[in-house]
Ligand binder design. Structure first.
Ligand SMILES: [Zn+2]
Length: 113
C-alpha cells in the first residue's frame, strides 16, 4: 500500500512510513478487504495508478476511481460535493450518483414529454 501510494489522505506522506499496516502489497489488502473492488494512488509523484479486483468492477468503478485520480479527493470529500448526507457509505453514494446521472451510458436520459 505504502509503495503504491495507496493510503488515506488523512495520513501525510511524512507520517506514512510509520504506519506498519501500510506495508502490505495491494493484493494482500484486497484479500483482507473482500468488499473493496478498487483502490487509487492518492500519494506520490504521479497519482495515476489504479488497482482493480479482477472480475469485480464495471464502468462506474473505473469512473469512480478516475475521480480520485483527477481530484486527489477522498470518498468523503467527493461525496460531500455531490450532496452526501453522511449516513450511507460515501463510496457507495459516489457510485450511485454516477449511475443516476448515466455516466456509464453513451447517451443522456430521454427527456419526458
Ligand atoms: Zn472511492
Amino acid at each position: 500500500m505504502l509503495n503504491a501510494g495507496v493510503y488515506p489522505n488523512t495520513i501525510s506522506e511524512v507520517d506514512a512510513e510509520g504506519h506498519k499496516e501500510l506495508n502490505i502489497p495491494i493484493r494482500q489488502y484486497f484479500e483482507q478487504n473482500q468488499n473493496v473492488h478498487a483502490a487509487t494512488q492518492g500519494h506520490g509523484a504521479t497519482r495515476t495508478d489504479v488497482y482493480f479486483r479482477p472480475g469485480a468492477f464495471d464502468k462506474i468503478t473505473v469512473e469512480h476511481e478516475a475521480l480520485h485520480s483527477l481530484t486527489g479527493k477522498s470518498d468523503a470529500d467527493l461525496a460531500t460535493q455531490l450532496g452526501w448526507n453522511g449516513v450511507d457509505s460515501a463510496s457507495v453514494f459516489i457510485s450511485q450518483a454516477l449511475r443516476d446521472n448515466r455516466c456509464d451510458k453513451r447517451t443522456p436520459r430521454k427527456k419526458k414529454k
